[in-house]
Design a protein. Structure first.
Length: 167
């Protein structure tokens, strides 16, 4: 099984929406149920000049997506990137997240001048936490009752990765 990573294109909107609409993927992101095609079409068409959207493909099918964007417009935080990641439910634990993270870190470290990467993850998303730790992220704090999911509040971890962190 070969995983191909490429930039997301505006024409990918339906496949990206379908991947992120899967029950597990949706539950582990901040996406609401029933996302419209028009929302995703606009999101991929508009993009951001200071960010990058990537998709992962297996046999030509989009099975995951990752956004890497500047965390803030503040001049003093232009070295900080923020990551959001989702993998289609049928492709969990097959290397899709790792392929997307490797591509994002290459972009961040070698092309976009980000020296700090940040993300948030639900405390019960153990597979994602393990993935992020594998790529050098550390838990930096907990946000109690950060998000509302399936009728209850859930805590999130803030995780960060420093490019020049001491080993």
């Amino acid at each position: 099984m070969t995983i191909t990573i490429r930039s997301a294109e505006p024409a990918d909107y339906e496949a990206v929406r379908d991947a992120i609409s899967q029950p597990i993927a949706q539950a582990n992101t901040l996406q609401l149920p029933y996302p419209s095609l028009e929302t995703w079409k606009k999101r991929l068409a508009d993009g951001t000049p200071e960010g990058k959207s990537l998709v992962a493909l297996i046999d030509g099918k989009i099975v995951g997506n990752l956004g890497l964007h500047r965390a803030s417009k503040a001049v003093r935080r232009q070295h900080v990137g923020s990551i959001g990641l989702a993998v289609h439910d049928e492709y969990h634990l097959r290397g899709v997240g790792s392929a997307l993270m490797a591509a994002a870190i290459d972009l961040a470290d070698n092309w976009m001048q980000y020296t700090r990467l940040e993300l948030v993850v639900y405390v019960d998303n153990l597979a994602a936490i393990a993935l992020y730790k594998k790529f050098g992220f550390a838990i930096e704090g907990t946000h109690p009752k950060d998000s509302f999911r399936n009728g209850v509040y859930i805590d999130c971890y803030s995780m960060g990765r420093l490019r020049f962190a001491k080993a």
